[in-house]
Design a protein around this ligand. Structure first.
Ligand SMILES: Nc1nc2c(ncn2[C@@H]2O[C@@H]3COP(=O)(O)O[C@H]3[C@H]2O)c(=O)[nH]1
Length: 697
């Protein structure tokens, strides 16, 4: 037998490679076409060009030749008369032993080709058979008509494929309704029940939920009549509920054991509870009952009763029902989750309504503020960074906050003054009474940006508006605990926000206040300006997270170092606003010494409160928050001013020279803290000496 040369084999492989796979996509509609593609693939495989495909003629058993024209059209012709016998005849027989035709090869065939072709023939004819089977049922669902020569599958196959297709179609429907009808749990359950009934051809269907607390099964959908348009046994005055302990009946057995049961005659089964029949007058014979699991826990039981043809439920019913029960569990679990989410959303909405009622200022406060008159002297002093916000009382701070807003924006934006007054008073109301991160701090930071904006003309009106609103709101609803604490204690806020926990919350509170009736000082802005302003406010408030300062400082510092800083560059403006926010947030360090001392005392009061809370939770607070280390305060201040504040103020002074005074003041305060630190050290040494003398050292 002549073996093909390596070149010949390579040519065969190349030929096969250029045999387009999509041929089979098209071919599956016509059996002869598939057989012809198979034949031409075989001939390429063995490198024999001359072949003939013969199939039984339509009218007579006489074989006809299948040819494929240039155009790709398959034609049947009278079989050609050949001068010689074919070298190889491959009979084409499908898995049901039906003869589909013969493949005649005219050329030298070696033994290995024979083995190959015979093997190939089995797979090819099996593919033909199943593609035709699929095809047959594709048109059973109203698609294109299959050619008359398509072999008819056996009745069992038809039913199996049809049922499979019905199950697939329904499961797709269940998943679809998961997303569309999810809020109508009852409707979804009804759909699920009605389909299950059709699937196994049952007379009645029931769905029971397991009540873990009472170990009972209860059904809100019972005795689903199973018509095409399901009528659920929901009594006029509401949903009917059947309830019984899991110790009773077949459903109870399935719920307890998690095992499905298929019973031919219920009255012959000890587990059956005939009471329900006596209540409903219905006679139960065959029962198919499956558990519904969610994460390996039985959450319910679905029961089909009385196979319509009078027999028992078949193994195929069981299998289909088992698949179906999984989807049913998914649908019900989804529906329960959705209900839970919906309920919590409603509770949230109610909480927000209550909160916003109590969280906004009242009319008395508004009227009181409207009557207040700013002091000229205070207005003069407020033009400088040194001004001490602590000196203002509870009415003066909002009064001057309104004054600052008016001064900055009265001729730039339209806003209702009462809205502005309500906004400022509600902002005040939403700062908590904590030692440092309170309304006075919010006001002080707003005053700092007021002075910057009064002394410069760098920022656009919209940027200035965003900066002022950000500063006055930047610590709204602060609880006197830092982000690290919020995360360590796994507070709800830390669960919502993964980074800059408090700063995200401060921004969220700002938006909530703006959205309150009669509070929206931005409402005269166009839609685009409003969106831009909110975006700027978010950027500015998030920038007050000291953890972000270091990267902002590094970026801005390197831009300045390379001499590339340009106010016209959006990124440079954005970085500048961020560092400017930190500058205002740390302004206390650049206040005159008496103000610095007063502020630091409340800062550390808040720090020590946090340290106490951490200790209560079994954690060791950092030195700055440890009241047992209060003697280290001057050192800590030296570190804080050198390591953070001066870095910030020196940087901002490079781009906004009007803030140079902050650098000078900080150095003055730094020197005071250094003197205190030195004083502490001397005292400590003297105490040590005194101790040593006493102990005779
Ligand atoms: N140690 C120290 N920390 C300060 C001082 N002023 C502000 N801070 C810290 O700087 C932080 C800036 O952001 P926050 O307002 O969230 O919280 C502030 C305080 O934790 C100060 O004078 N001393």
């Amino acid at each position: 037998m002549v073996e093909p040369t390596a070149n010949q084999l390579q040519k065969n492989i190349d030929d096969t490679n250029d045999y387009p796979r999509e041929n089979f996509l098209e071919a599956y509609k016509n059996r002869n076409r598939i057989l012809f593609e198979v034949a031409s693939a075989c001939s390429k495989l063995v490198g024999i060009e001359k072949f003939e495909l013969l199939v039984p003629g339509r009218e007579t058993e006489e074989q006809v030749s299948v040819i494929k024209e240039e155009s790709g059209v398959i034609k049947l012709r009278k079989a050609r008369k050949h001068r010689r016998e074919p070298n190889l005849v491959i009979p084409l027989i499908d898995p049901t032993s039906k003869r589909l035709g013969e493949l005649h090869f005219y050329g030298v065939v070696n033994d290995r080709d024979r083995v190959f072709l015979n093997f190939f023939e089995r797979w090819a004819t099996a593919c033909v058979y199943f593609s035709q089977l699929y095809r047959r049922h594709e048109n059973a669902n109203g698609h294109t008509v299959a050619p008359p020569t398509t072999p008819s599958p056996s009745p069992e196959d038809s039913e199996f494929i049809a049922r499979q297709r019905r199950l697939n179609a329904f499961l797709l429907e269940v998943v679809r309704s998961l997303f569309h009808d999810i809020e109508k749990t009852q409707l979804l359950i009804t759909k699920v029940l009605s389909f299950a009934q059709k699937l196994v051809d049952a007379d009645r269907a029931s769905l029971f939920f397991l009540d873990m607390r009472t170990n009972e099964l209860y059904s809100r959908i019972f005795d689903n009549q199973g018509d095409d348009d399901p009528k659920v046994a929901i009594v006029e005055d509401g949903i009917k509920e059947i309830r019984f302990p899991t110790s009773r009946g077949i459903a109870g057995y399935v719920a307890r054991t998690g095992e499905g049961v298929n019973i031919a005659n219920a009255y012959e089964d000890a587990r059956f509870n005939p009471e329900v029949d006596s209540q409903t007058g219905y006679h139960t014979t065959s029962v198919l009952c499956m558990p519904i699991f969610i994460r390996k826990t039985v959450m319910g039981v679905m029961q089909m009763v009385n196979k319509r043809n009078g027999g028992r439920f078949t193994a195929v019913d069981e299998e289909a029902f088992e698949t179906f029960a999984v989807y049913c569990g998914l649908a019900l679990h989804h529906a329960k989750l959705y209900d839970k989410i919906r309920r919590s959303e409603i509770k949230h909405r109610i909480a927000m309504e209550v909160l916003s009622y109590h969280g906004v200022c009242n009319q008395d406060e508004v009227n009181k503020l409207k009557k207040a008159v700013p002091q000229t002297e205070s207005l003069r002093l407020m033009e400088n960074f040194d001004f001490n916000g602590h000196a203002l009382d509870h009415v003066e701070k909002p009064l001057y906050a309104v004054y600052m807003f008016d001064t900055l924006f009265r001729d730039k934006f339209k806003y209702a003054r009462d809205d502005l007054i309500r906004f400022v008073l509600t902002v005040r109301k939403n700062y908590r009474v904590v030692p440092y991160h309170n309304w006075t701090h919010g006001w002080t930071v707003a005053h700092a940006i007021f002075v910057v904006l009064r002394k410069t003309n760098i920022f656009t009106p919209l940027e200035s508006l965003a900066l002022y609103v950000s500063c006055i709101c930047h610590d709204l609803d602060h609880r006197g605990k830092n982000n690290a604490y919020m995360k360590t204690m796994s507070t709800p806020l830390a669960m919502i926000y993964s980074t800059s926990v408090m700063e995200h919350h401060h921004f969220n509170q700002t938006v909530t206040i703006l959205q309150q009736e009669g509070h929206n000082i931005l409402q005269s802005l166009s839609k685009e300006e409003y969106q831009e302003c909110l975006g700027l406010i978010k950027h500015c408030i998030l920038a007050t997270d000291l953890a972000l300062f270091f990267q902002n400082k590094a970026q801005l510092g390197s831009i300045l170092k390379e001499g590339h800083f340009d106010w016209n560059e959006e990124q440079h403006r954005s970085l500048s606003k961020a560092v400017l926010m930190t500058t205002c947030d740390l302004i206390a360090t650049a206040k005159p010494w008496p103000v610095q001392i007063e502020t630091v005392s409340v800062i550390f009061q808040e720090f020590y409160d946090q340290g106490d809370a951490e200790r209560k939770n079994g954690r060791t607070p950092m030195a700055m928050m440890d009241r047992d280390k209060a003697n280290e305060l001057p050192d800590l201040q030296v570190g804080f001013i050198q390591g953070i504040c001066l870095q910030c103020f020196e940087l901002i002074a490079k781009i906004i020279p009007e803030t140079q005074i902050l650098v000078d003041r900080s150095y003055q305060n730094l020197n005071r803290w250094k003197e205190m630190s030195e004083e502490n050290k001397r005292k400590k040494e003297q105490e040590a000496i005194a101790d040593g003398t006493e102990n005779g050292v």
